[in-house]
Design a protein around this ligand. Structure first.
Ligand SMILES: [Fe+2]
Ligand SMILES: [Fe+2]
Length: 274
C-alpha cells in the first residue's frame, strides 16, 4: 500500500494567528475509458490511492485543500467521474493545470483557442472559476488564476490588483511557478531540456528545444504580470506545482514561492500561515 508523504511548511506573514491548508498538485489521474487505451496509466498507477489518502487527511484535519492543477491527466469520462466523486466532495480551492485542458496528451497544439474549447469539458468537474478565483479563509485571501500555458492576461492582473485592494494578505495559487534561476537550474540539472517555469528569460529559452522555446517564452503582458506580482506587498506566498519537484525559495519581492512534487508520487504539503 503506498503511503502519503506530507511535507510541513510554516510561512510567517505576520498574521498573528494560524491558518492551515493542504497543498496538493499534479495528481494526474489517468483512467482510460473502455476501448480507449491511452497508455498513460502506467506512469500514474498509484495516483488514485494517493488522492484518496490526501482527501482523507484533509477531512480528518479539517483542512481546505489548495489544489494547483493537473488533477486530470487528460479528458476521459472515467477521469471526469473520478473528479465528480472525490474532488467535488472535498473542500477545495483549485488552480487549473495544463493537463486539465488536455484531450489527448501530446496530440494537439495547446494554444489559446484549444484551451477555450477544452475548458468546456473539464470546468463542470472542477470546483471553481478556472480563469480567476478568490476565497478568504480566516483573514487570508487565497487567490488562484490560470497560468497553465505559461501566460497571464491583462484581465487577470486587474482582478489581482482588485483583490490586493481588499487589504487581506494574499496566498496566490498558480499551476506553473514563476521563473527563478534557483529552480530553473535545479530542473535543468535533473536532466530536463527546459525548465517548465513561467517568465524564463531569453538567456534560458534560447537553449531550449524550439518547441519548448515557443511554448515557454513569456509575452509582454505576462512579464508585466510577473513584475506586478513581485512588487505587490499584499502577496505573501505563491503556491505552485507543474515541475513535479519540491522547492521552496524567496522571490525578488520577498514573497515565498513553494512548489510541491506530484500528488501521483504521494506528495502533499500542509502549509501553516502565521
Ligand atoms: Fe503535472
Ligand atoms: Fe502541468
Amino acid at each position: 500500500m503506498p503511503e502519503l508523504k506530507i511535507l510541513k511548511t510554516t510561512v510567517d506573514i505576520g498574521l498573528g494567528h494560524e491558518v492551515k491548508v493542504l497543498h496538493v498538485t499534479d495528481s494526474h489521474i489517468a483512467l482510460d475509458d473502455e476501448g480507449d487505451e491511452r497508455g498513460r496509466f502506467k506512469y500514474f498507477s498509484n495516483a488514485e490511492e494517493y488522492f484518496h489518502q490526501t482527501c482523507a487527511y484533509a477531512k480528518e484535519n479539517g483542512l481546505t485543500m489548495l489544489n494547483t492543477g493537473d488533477l486530470l491527466d487528460a479528458h476521459t469520462e472515467s477521469n471526469f467521474a473520478f473528479a465528480d466523486k472525490y474532488l467535488l466532495s472535498t473542500d477545495t480551492i483549485y488552480a487549473a493545470g495544463n493537463h486539465d485542458f488536455c484531450h489527448f496528451v501530446g496530440k494537439a497544439k495547446e494554444d489559446y483557442a484549444y484551451k477555450w474549447e477544452r475548458i468546456k469539458y473539464s470546468a463542470p468537474h472542477l470546483p471553481n472559476n478556472l480563469y480567476f478565483y478568490s476565497r478568504v479563509i480566516d483573514g487570508v485571501n487565497f487567490v488562484t488564476l490560470d497560468d497553465s500555458y505559461y501566460l497571464m492576461t491583462e484581465g487577470q492582473i486587474e482582478l489581482l490588483r482588485a483583490e490586493a485592494a481588499r487589504g487581506y494578505p494574499i496566498v496566490l495559487g498558480l499551476h506553473i511557478p514563476l521563473f527563478t534561476r534557483a529552480q530553473a537550474d535545479q530542473i535543468l540539472a535533473n536532466g530536463n531540456k527546459c525548465a517548465f517555469l513561467m517568465g524564463a528569460p531569453r538567456e534560458y529559452t534560447d537553449k531550449y528545444p524550439s518547441d519548448r522555446d515557443r511554448q515557454q517564452s513569456p509575452d509582454e503582458v505576462t512579464l508585466r504580470a510577473i513584475e506586478y506580482i513581485n512588487s505587490e506587498p499584499q502577496i505573501k506566498a505563491i503556491v505552485t506545482g507543474h515541475t513535479h519537484i519540491n522547492f521552496e525559495e524567496k522571490l525578488p519581492g520577498g514573497a515565498i514561492q513553494i512548489t510541491t512534487a506530484g500528488g501521483y508520487h504521494g506528495y502533499a504539503r500542509e502549509i501553516t500561515l502565521v
